[in-house]
Design a protein around this ligand. Structure first.
Ligand code: GLN
Length: 496
């Protein structure tokens, strides 16, 4: 098979070939490294490519298989967002302050991927400390959307999404604090799943908003998402917020159903606001029709506090970030800009090490937490967050899942929202609530608007990733949106 074909395979199809010895992990990994070499000069999806390490891991995977090992991801090349710690591999968080930081340990998700036999291709670009919706806030370079190189891939897991969409990784991990897995998945035409808060260990994930952060998966189809989630989910004694609940066999659970009879889908009317792009709305409405055609009952529902999602999120996320980022002091690790004394060194390190968006959030968050304002902002936001959770709890007494657009518009142009933080924050209007209530969600490709991908978001109650995946899979079985690939032109014209 040629590189192009190998890089277009789904994970499950590649596993079949690997099991039948029709393909080796080494061939598969080489194909991906070649693809990265050909395309990443244009895409900039990767901050670090670990080619040597990947080839060594691929050889090991082939040896393991020769010994009869059939670990669930044996020989599958994947990418990891650069906010997740990898032992001996630089982990920058897209920031100058950690530009040369090499973690001495692996995040739990990385340990689990390694044990499952995955091959690590490298670390993907991200908005600095995962703060952003376009990957333009990376301290290094913006990532391009493989569907249109002049547009953003979304963010903050834009590097992971672009890599998977362009065939530069078979799957990837991202992190989702307010939408950063689902939103870039939607904008790049792939699947992105944010698990329930606590479903996946955050040990080794660099903290952004600790009560919101969750590691998720980005893949080209729903079955692949189930495969990856099954490997990384589960209790971890190293993360006190990780849930001690059994992990269902998400892959088995997909069945071969295309039938949605007995499934009740709620459509929150607050998610079809004015300002939503017409092509996005019509693609999502068409998806609802497909699910109805499959036998699902589709009903309108209300999540009345939706309009407070963005303000609540940007108070809580910035408050938590300002506290989490206090650890970058030029003393313990990361950049150190030496000055006259300890305080001056700290000030200078942070002044030089953090970018504009990070500084903006540290200031906002510190303000929201400061004496005299704490009650008015942070505490108020926490109370409103409870109301939002009650909206969802009430909704899930009436329906199984909620369906809506993942984003209000398709991928925007690089630079378009960079100088307007509020416009940028509004990109998350449909995704932030789910993090605030700690529940699970998935974005699946559901069409195109003006030639750019549109995402359908399904949201489910806590720990019901199995149900979300099953419904998403049934939808996918009835459509072919997940089979569309970005135009070949970028593959041919790339390399420079
Ligand atoms: N775009 C949102 C933010 O800027 C969400 C980021 C994320 O999920 N990491 O905070």
């Amino acid at each position: 098979m040629r590189t192009t074909e190998l890089c277009d395979l789904s994970i499950h199809a590649a596993l079949e070939l690997l099991r039948r010895r029709a393909l080796s992990a080494l061939e598969l990994t080489r194909a991906h490294l070649e693809r990265i070499a050909a395309l990443d000069g244009r895409l900039h999806a990767y901050i670090t490519v670990t080619a040597e390490m990947a080839l060594a891991q691929a050889r090991q995977a082939d040896e393991r298989r020769a010994r009869g090992d059939d670990a669930p991801l044996l020989g599958i090349p994947v990418a990891i967002k650069d906010v997740i710690c990898t032992r001996d591999v630089r982990t920058t968080c897209g920031s100058r302050i950690l530009e040369n930081f090499v973690p001495p340990y692996d995040a739990t998700v990385v340990t689990r991927l390694r044990e499952a036999g995955a091959v690590l291709l490298g670390k993907t670009n991200t908005d600095e400390f995962a703060m952003g919706s376009s990957t333009e806030h990376s301290a290094f370079f913006p990532t391009a959307n493989p569907w249109d190189l002049a547009r953003v891939p979304g963010g903050s897991s834009g590097g992971s999404a672009a890599a998977v969409a362009a065939g530069c990784a078979m799957g990837a991990l991202g992190s989702d604090t307010g939408g950063s897995v689902r939103q870039p998945a939607a904008l790049c035409g792939i699947v992105g799943l944010k698990p329930t808060y606590g479903r996946v260990s955050r040990y080794g994930l660099v903290a952004h908003g600790s009560s919101l952060d969750q590691i998720g998966v980005l893949t080209r189809d729903v079955r692949d998402a189930a495969l990856l989630l099954r490997v990384i989910a589960g209790h971890d004694p190293r993360d006190a917020t990780s849930l001690d609940a059994p992990v269902p066999d998400y892959v088995q659970g997909l069945g071969n159903e295309t039938d949605l009879r007995g499934v009740k889908i709620g459509v929150p009317k607050e998610y079809f606001i004015s300002g939503i792009e017409a092509g996005v709305e019509s693609a999502v409405r068409e998806a609802l029709r497909v699910m109805k055609g499959a036998g699902a009952e589709v009903v309108e529902i209300s999540l009345p506090h939706t309009q407070y999602g963005i303000p609540i999120y940007y108070l809580i996320a910035t408050a938590e970030a300002s506290s989490n980022l206090a650890r970058y002091d030029g003393v313990r690790y990361g950049l150190r800009a030496e000055d006259t004394d300890m305080w001056q060194t700290l000030f200078r390190t942070r002044a030089l090490g953090f970018g504009r968006e990070v500084k903006r959030r540290i200031m906002l968050g510190t303000y929201a937490l400061s004496a005299g304002y704490y009650d008015a902002y942070y505490l108020k936001a926490q109370k409103a967050r409870t109301l939002l959770r009650q909206d969802f709890e009430r909704a899930f007494q009436q329906v199984d899942v909620l369906a809506c657009p993942t984003t209000p518009d398709v991928a925007f142009r690089i630079g378009q929202k960079l100088d307007d933080p509020l416009q940028m924050y509004l990109s998350d209007v449909f995704t932030v609530s789910l993090n605030l209530v700690g529940m699970c969600g998935i974005s699946v490709p559901c069409g195109f608007a003006g030639g750019l991908p549109v995402g359908l978001q399904l949201m489910g109650p806590p720990l019901r990733e199995d149900m979300l995946l099953r419904i998403a899979y049934a939808y996918q079985q009835r459509t072919d949106w997940h089979t569309h690939r970005p135009p070949l032109s970028i593959q041919i014209s790339a390399g420079g």
